[in-house]
Design a protein around this ligand. Structure first.
Ligand SMILES: [Zn+2]
Length: 417
């Protein structure tokens, strides 16, 4: 095929503009491949890839080739020899072309499609669909994240969440900063130390830090120190996540159960063998088949039953709509939990008391990191995939690609009509 209508069609499909045009198209039926060759007219001015300054051609190097969207399931390749320009500021560089970004072996149209595919599946699956290697698909994601971060407006975080996540094998962790208002991941840092979170705050201006109204935390520990150091008025802004506190209390219930089970088993009369999991359900989520056992447990005057009841009562603590009622409930709950003689429960209650302000601050801001629940399931999927990642930076890229709320697509030229 050459020239005429086909060339015109292809020029439009590629969004080509002068000085470029389609020279010829080669169809290789047996290889299921289409090659599209582009040429440019002489004497044109070309953009420096760095600054966009229009410059005359300096010389021509080897031909380049870009993967384009398939044509009727035929892999389609675009061939061209963009000239090099000599920019006074950036030296001799290959001129930018409209159909591809300067560091990509794909056209922008292909890149957009590959991003969409990669977002719907994992890297391996995307590779199969796109007929690309793992590295090829990975490169698409890395460029997409870099592009998204470049285009991202300055951070405006009002309600921030912080959490840690295990990454891959062997006790490696990442720190994740959420934008609770938008339900996106704002930042990912390697490790889970105070210094890790310090790194995030150092990337913010004083105004940006002051604009933070509340910080939801999943655990007490080094993050608190970092927030106190960087966020003005942190004391009134720290909010300990209700779900995480209940999680702590679930562990306490399980500890009580294990001890009691051991003791009663020695006496040959433990009804607690199968309770490992269902004692940890919230009462409204308890599966039907466990209902009876749960009720029996409550009336059997077992320590485990009492621990469950205390934990369940704690869950109601966050329901009141005023801080005053919440505080009163909190005091009542402590009067019950602290003398319970259930060591793990008492330990949990004391730990909460030590972080009283952060627990009660919930009533001021009403944020929970559960806003990020959809994100958490996405991140859990990435954590599973992360076993195949070669480094921690891959985890960051994957999280920002899927959860960063970034504008990932390259800007394609509209197809001229
Ligand atoms: Zn330049």
């Amino acid at each position: 095929m050459d020239g005429g209508q086909d060339a015109d069609l292809w020029s439009r499909l590629l969004g080509l503009e002068p000085p470029w045009s389609v020279e010829r198209i080669e169809l290789h039926v047996r290889e299921e491949k289409v090659d599209v060759y582009l040429v440019h007219v002489d004497g044109a001015l070309w953009p420096c890839p760095e600054c966009g300054k229009k410059l005359p051609a300096y010389d021509h190097k080897d031909a380049r080739v870009w993967r384009h969207l398939d044509t009727m399931a035929f892999q389609t390749w675009v061939h061209a020899r963009p000239p090099r320009v000599e920019c006074p500021d950036h030296g001799v560089r290959q001129a930018g072309v409209s159909w591809a970004e300067s560091n990509s072996r794909f056209t922008k149209f292909f890149e957009r499609f590959a991003i969409d595919v990669a977002r719907e599946t994992d890297t391996k699956g995307a590779g199969k669909i796109l007929k690309l290697s793992w590295d090829g698909v990975w490169g698409v994601q890395e460029r997409a994240v870099a592009r998204g971060l470049r285009a991202k407006p300055p951070v405006a975080l009002r309600f921030m969440g912080v959490d840690e996540k295990a990454v891959g094998h062997g006790h490696q962790y990442a720190t994740i900063v959420y934008n609770l208002e938008k339900g996106t991941v704002e930042w990912v840092g390697q490790d889970r130390k105070k210094e890790t979170l310090d790194g995030f705050f150092r990337s913010l201006s004083a105004e940006q830090k002051a604009a933070i109204e509340a910080v939801g935390l999943d655990r007490w520990g080094p993050f608190i120190a970092s927030i106190q150091e960087h966020v003005p008025g942190a004391e009134g802004k720290l909010v300990f996540d209700p779900f995480h506190i209940v999680g702590h209390m679930n562990e306490a219930v399980n500890d009580v159960r294990k001890r009691e089970h051991r003791q009663l088993s020695e006496e040959g009369r433990s009804p607690l063998g199968g309770t490992r999991f269902w004692g940890l359900y919230g009462r409204e989520n308890l599966p039907e088949k466990h209902r009876e056992g749960f009720a029996a447990l409550q009336t059997a005057h077992l320590k485990t039953g009492r621990a469950c009841a205390i934990k369940e009562a704690l869950r109601d603590f966050w329901a009141p709509d005023s801080k005053r009622t919440g505080t009163a409930y909190w005091q009542w709950w402590h009067f019950w939990a602290t003398p319970s003689r259930l060591t793990p429960v008492i330990r949990g209650a004391r730990m909460m008391k030590g972080h009283r302000t952060g627990v009660l601050n919930y009533f001021e801001h009403r944020i929970t990191n559960a806003v990020a629940e959809g994100l958490n399931s996405k991140i859990a999927t990435i954590q599973k995939m992360a076993y195949g990642f070669r480094n921690k930076d891959h985890f960051r890229t994957a999280v920002l690609f899927r959860c960063g709320g970034l504008q990932l697509h390259p800007v394609t030229h509209p197809i001229p009509g």
